[in-house]
Write a protein that binds this ligand. Structure first.
Ligand code: PLP
Length: 430
């Protein structure tokens, strides 16, 4: 008999499987609030005006349009420059340029945020650590990605308790880890995933002061921060403002040298609406080494950064060889054209404002006793705290689809379904 007969059935993807169910549902009031895709006030997934204009420019530009050859393994030079400028000069103006000037950033164009996380995981598991700390709760794919790419120990840190963010529990856990490591003289390094903003699924992020306390602890522990920035711009509507966690991590005065680097996994899926084009990046911020200090700036070409670059290249080559072209061209046109970039910032602001409006309208309609954190949440999602049974009832009785963890994507809510939705939520919450 075939060895393939021994392959067991994997569970269906929790989010994407629900969309399939939704398609078959005959209820005319049905609402799909599962996937984190932005829909406008009419329930349509539309292309941002800035992106539509960039597409037009690409269409009319023969050379750009017709070039279907391979991109370099880690992306085009143009993409690297544009995105690094955006991330490190514009989003982190105080310290980003310092890292760029010292060749302290290894950069790879990736298959969106998921691809960035996967390449980071593979690299880290090969050279640094096989231990990862993921918030509880978190985006379900985090565990999947790290498990599939060589991580052996998946730990969860407390993130959420009684409807509030659990900073004390989180820091206590990190300190316990430090204490236990000291006791056992264990030098094992640990990686930790941090949601840069708009935490998925809770929509609750630490305050700037709380982040300082958390990052101070992570720095002291020599943990490796993996900053997952999938929603830059969706929190405040201001793309640059939302990079606050990266600005903090790169603060050289506060954190002079991250001994095992900082990993930034960034995505243009949500903030440029390029979901299916799979455009994002991985940046590895490398530590300063004694070697660097001795080199004069002209000779620099930091050797540590070059070694890391070479390994990232090798990983990408063996995984998927090179990134897709079209989406990266769209990003290039948007980022290199002042007018389009300005439009893009406006597009993101508009999207964030609509999500904020929906959240406010729901808040005014719902009559729950424990809406404690509603107004503090932001981004794409609202975390209902419904248990799986309540989510099931919502689906079966009202044809309202949330993910099993009670997460609701606000982008599917609009004036035509908000009353029905809030009545259903009220009914189920009792
Ligand atoms: N990280 C988080 C927390 C997310 O919610 C998502 C998307 O839902 C991603 C990363 C990556 O998404 P993509 O691979 O589409 O960029």
């Amino acid at each position: 008999t075939s060895s393939l007969c021994k392959v067991p059935r994997a569970p269906p993807d929790k989010v994407l499987g629900l969309s399939e169910h939704f398609k078959k549902d005959k209820n005319i009031h049905k609402i799909d609030l599962t996937v984190g895709i932005y829909k406008d006030a009419w329930g349509k997934v539309t292309t941002f005006p800035s992106v539509a204009k960039a597409q037009k420019l690409i269409d009319s530009h023969l050379e750009l349009n017709k070039n279907l050859s391979y991109l370099p393994i880690t992306g085009s030079k143009e993409f690297q420059e544009n995105v690094m400028n955006f991330l490190f000069k514009e989003s982190c103006p105080q310290f980003g340029p310092f890292y760029l000037a010292h060749d302290r950033i290894s950069f790879v164009q990736t298959l969106s945020g998921t691809g960035a996380l996967a390449v980071a995981a593979k690299f880290l598991a090969l050279f640094i650590s096989k231990d990862i700390w993921i918030p509880d709760p978190s985006w379900a794919n985090h565990k999947n990605i790290f498990q599939n790419n060589g991580f052996e120990n998946i730990h969860r840190y407390s993130y959420y308790k009684d409807g509030q963010i659990d900073i004390d529990g989180w820091i206590k856990q990190l300190k316990t880890l430090a204490h236990n490591q000291k006791k056992e003289n264990d030098k094992q390094l640990h990686c930790i995933i941090l949601h840069a903003c708009c935490h998925n699924p809770t929509g609750l992020d630490p305050t700037k002061e709380q982040w300082k306390e958390i990052i101070d602890t992570i720095y002291e522990l020599k943990m490796v921060p993996i900053v997952d920035m999938a929603y830059q711009g969706l929190e405040s509507g201001d793309m640059l403002k939302d990079a606050y966690l990266m600005r903090l991590c790169l603060d050289v005065d506060r954190y002079p040298n991250w001994s095992n680097g900082v990993f930034l996994c960034q995505s243009f899926a949500k903030n440029m609406g390029l979901y299916g084009e799979r455009v994002g990046s991985l940046s590895v911020i490398t530590p300063a080494t004694a070697d660097d200090e001795n080199l004069n700036p002209l000779q620099r070409g930091n050797s540590l950064q070059q070694n890391i670059d070479s390994q990232l290249k090798q990983i990408v080559r063996g995984m998927y060889s090179s990134p897709p072209g079209y989406g990266s061209r769209v990003v290039n046109v948007v980022l290199s054209n002042t007018k389009l970039k300005h439009q893009w910032f406006k597009d993101v602001e508009f999207m964030a404002q609509r999500l904020h409006y929906v959240r406010k309208e729901m808040f005014e309609r719902l009559r729950w006793p424990d809406l404690i954190n509603f107004a503090q949440q932001h981004g794409m999602f609202y975390y209902t705290r419904f248990n799986p049974r309540q989510v099931e009832v919502l689906k079966n009785k009202f044809s309202v689809y949330l993910t099993g963890d009670g997460r609701l994507s606000l982008s599917g809510v609009n004036d035509s379904n908000i009353d029905y939705l809030c009545e259903a939520l009220d009914a189920v919450s009792k």
